[in-house]
Design a protein around this ligand. Structure first.
Ligand code: CO
Length: 439
């Protein structure tokens, strides 16, 4: 894959992945075309080596396994992680409401969304629907309206003269999207709208909608921008850019070593769920892959986890928000993230490993540490390190407008990350690199 190819495929992946469910589905489709077999958690596993496998949980988290041999105690696992979810507006269970001749839908905010950019966008709806068929069987499927079907209009400046000085957003009352004109004769019925979409997309007739997990998203697809097409803008770059770079880095790696990628849901809301990084997904996968606990512990202590999540690039209009010696720039390579208080899991040793890896992959590296007078965010790295006891480092591509409905990153950085990960999973490594992790 070359850089143009990488960007084209990344933009396509982002378009096909408006929700966490769609993202996992898109990656699974890629894996199946590349020879991976699905293992189901409720069945017995036959993980012969060499072999390529994946396991999904809740349709929103995913583990990828690329097994070269069964010498887990001798060679460890090359592990990488990222999160599949992004802040969004989620449609409430009973969303319908009619106000002034308009059908509107109640929404909950999911995660720490930057809310202001959600106004005046052509929004679409996607997610997972569960229904009962005529024969009483129950099914789930993904739907995606694909076209703009909702909008949250701003209040005109004439009715809110202070809007440019101080805009406050009430999540309950200000963020209610309009979805259609309503004559007032029949009562509103969101389930009927979902049922029609199910029929359109999956040819399912007479479905009794039992429940839904639907999100609003920006119908404007991700794009390259800049006079020289230097940048990418789009929703969910945090953290689907990482998911894509990790997964493609593994499937494109030549002769990969024993490798594992974990892509977790619910990072944006604290990671505690069956499929989140604080849940048992990775631990139970390792226990089933390596049932003998002595062998498993030896493997864990010969392994490294690279946790990948976007970093804050320096914004030229707000450079004061960064420490002046740590100013990650777009297109200048992945960022190693440091935090003395363990909001990031990076150690001097794991960072050193990555610096040598970056040399091998011929990519640049940058550093980020939060200003000492600002609170630092976190990610799945410290959670995974804490749960499994594995040496970990946190990295990510620099980006701007994190958690906006349209984020921005350098077009080269995803490509840099892809190359770093492809090198990480590849067999031939300098043994000195692994020595720097030895206890
Ligand atoms: Co993130």
């Amino acid at each position: 894959m070359d850089q143009d190819n990488y960007i084209r495929q990344l933009l396509h992946f982002l378009k096909e992945s408006p929700t966490v469910f769609h993202a996992v589905h898109s990656i699974c489709r890629l894996l199946m075309t590349r020879g991976f077999t699905e293992l189901h958690e409720n069945e017995s596993w036959d993980t012969r080596t060499p072999g390529l496998y994946f396991i999904r949980r809740n349709g929103s988290s995913l583990v990828l396994l690329s097994l070269a041999d069964d010498d887990f105690a001798g060679s460890g696992l090359r592990i990488a992680g990222a999160h599949t979810d992004s802040p969004a507006l989620k449609i409430k269970p009973k969303p319908d409401m009619v106000n002034h001749g308009l059908l509107q839908m109640g929404v909950e905010t999911y995660g720490g969304a930057l809310l202001d950019p959600w106004f005046d966008r052509d929004l679409s709806i996607a997610g997972r629907v569960t229904w009962r068929n005529r024969d009483s069987s129950i099914s789930s499927a993904l739907i995606d309206f694909k076209r703009p079907v909702a909008v949250i209009p701003s209040l005109a400046i004439h009715l809110n003269r202070d809007a440019n000085e101080q805009k406050k957003i009430n999540k309950q009352t200000d963020l209610v999207p309009i979805v259609m004109q309503h004559s007032g004769e029949d009562s509103p019925d969101f389930a009927a709208i979902v049922r029609e979409q199910l029929a359109r997309e999956h040819n399912i007739r007479e479905a009794e909608i039992l429940d839904h997990e639907l999100f609003l998203y920006d119908s404007q697809p991700a794009a390259t921008v800049g006079i020289g097409q230097e940048f990418i803008t789009g929703a969910r770059l945090d953290n689907l850019l990482s998911c894509f770079s990790l997964a493609t880095g593994l499937v494109d790696a030549e002769k990969p070593q024993n490798s594992l990628i974990v892509l977790n849901d619910h990072e944006e809301v604290g990671s505690l769920s069956t499929s989140g990084a604080q849940g048992p997904f990775l631990r139970s996968t390792l226990e089933r892959l390596i049932p003998d606990s002595e062998t498993r512990q030896r493997c864990i202590h010969r392994s490294l986890c690279i946790s990948t999540d976007n970093a804050h690039g320096v914004h030229p209009n707000f450079a004061d928000q960064h420490d002046k010696n740590h100013l990650p720039r777009l297109n200048m390579g992945p960022v190693i993230k440091y935090n003395a208080n363990q909001r990031y899991a990076t150690t001097g040793r794991t960072a050193s490993f990555f610096r040598v890896l970056a040399e091998q992959a011929d990519i640049p590296v940058q550093e980020f540490v939060m200003r000492s007078d600002l609170a630092c965010g976190s990610t799945i790295g410290p959670i995974t390190a804490g749960a499994i006891g594995i040496q970990t480092l946190d990295i990510g591509v620099p980006s701007l407008a994190m958690h906006s409905i349209r984020e921005m990153a350098g077009a080269k950085d995803g490509w840099h990350l892809y190359r770093a990960m492809r090198t990480f999973f590849t067999a031939a490594h300098d043994q000195n690199m692994w020595q720097c992790l030895a206890e």
